[in-house]
Design a protein around this ligand. Structure first.
Ligand SMILES: [Zn+2]
Length: 378
């Protein structure tokens, strides 16, 4: 397997990549819109079928479908490689009016172009190239519709397929120019304070303010942050009370928690359960917990990264490695002990932001690297 030969073959697909990416970006697909995500799913399924993939569609009621695509020989002694992608975006229908698909400043622009429609198109191009140069091996491309809302229904499918695979490649955008070998785990807690409501003029002394109590809880919760431990706690939302002349009966905060070590999930859980009210007439109700375990930097992942780095060197570029605080579906597979490499999609800027764009110059080298990794993993 010669990565340069793969590169030259992938290079011929430059136009194809652009055309498919444009079509996919122009099919808006917010997680909340089942029909829209399914239309994007149909587009990818059609292309994959033309390429000889064997599709399996997991129909969903609440979200868009989950598409499992099998590439390469149907009978093989080799375990498949699992490629993970999502077709949903954070952008509501109508975003294209303000953020149209365009090609400018050496970039492709548009909602979802970086996160992660380009990654999906790169995977299709890589698998197609491997087939054309007789390097196809068993590979599964799994595309879900609800990654941006935490992958509530696709998680068990992702986990089952990961356990059948020798490695997992995640098509999320690169971190700068780097592949991701570690991700933080993500938790969300909802802390509700119930106080005693009263008229602030007539009955002030009878009231026990949930707002005041919440303010103290926010202080206490924020102290859980431990930067040396790479543990962060963010009270991102607070709300409470009804009117200025009412002592508030209710208030709450929504808290985002990030951990680098799996064992910190239990530690954080204990901290939340240990919260105490300072006003004994107020009551705390704590719900939530961890959605994604951390992707820790482990041996299998390091070996994958080293392989990618040496293949990149053969392709003429330096590949770096990074850790990130953001979660992906790679968190689930890494936590099961399956070697997982993340950030193998496009290079660009502005995921979830108005300047979302992909740098064109990196698309072909990164697609070639992805193809070489698919071909080269045991
Ligand atoms: Zn993403």
């Amino acid at each position: 397997m010669d990565p340069k030969a793969i590169f030259h073959h992938v290079k011929k697909k430059e136009r194809w990549i652009r055309d498919v990416l444009r079509e996919l970006v122009q099919q808006e697909s917010p997680s909340e819109d089942r029909q829209a995500v399914n239309a994007a799913m149909n587009l990818v399924e059609r292309i994959a079928r033309e390429d000889g993939a064997r599709p399996k569609r997991h129909k969903q009621r609440e979200f868009g479908d989950i598409l499992e695509l099998h590439f390469g020989p149907s009978r093989s002694l080799q375990k498949p490689v699992l490629l993970l992608g999502h077709l949903d975006t954070v952008w509501p229908i109508g975003t294209l009016a303000q953020m149209p698909w365009r090609v400018a400043d050496d970039r492709y622009w548009g909602p979802g172009v970086l996160d992660m429609k380009a990654g999906v198109v790169m995977a299709l191009a890589a698998l197609n190239a491997l087939k054309e140069i007789n390097l196809a091996r068993p590979a599964t491309l799994l595309l879900n519709s609800e990654e941006e809302v935490g992958s509530p229904v696709s998680r068990p499918i992702t986990e089952r397929l990961a356990l059948e695979s020798s490695a997992v490649f995640v098509l999320e955008p690169a971190q700068g120019l780097a592949y991701k070998t570690a991700r933080k785990g993500v938790g969300v807690y909802h802390v509700q304070v119930t106080g005693v409501g009263a008229h602030s003029g007539v009955d002030f002394e009878r009231g026990h303010s949930a707002v005041l109590e919440l303010a103290k809880q926010v202080q206490a919760i924020s102290k859980f942050t431990n930067l040396a431990r790479k543990l962060t706690v963010n009270c991102g939302v607070i709300a409470g009370g009804t009117r200025s002349n009412v002592v508030a009966a209710n208030a709450y905060t929504e808290v985002d928690v990030r951990i680098a070590k799996a064992s910190d999930a239990a530690y954080v859980e204990r901290l939340f359960r240990g919260l105490k009210v300072s006003d004994p007439r107020c009551k705390l109700t704590i719900t939530g917990g961890f959605n994604r375990p951390p992707m820790e930097r482990k041996t299998g992942t390091i070996a994958l990264f080293k392989k990618a780095r040496s293949l990149a060197a053969e392709l003429g570029f330096t590949l770096e490695e990074a850790a990130t605080g953001g979660g992906s579906d790679g968190n689930f597979t890494a936590a099961l002990g399956v070697p997982t490499l993340d950030g193998m999609g496009a290079v660009g800027d502005g995921a979830h932001a108005a300047h979302e764009s992909v740098l064109i110059e990196h698309l072909i080298p990164r697609t070639a690297l992805l193809a070489a990794m698919i071909a080269g993993v045991e």
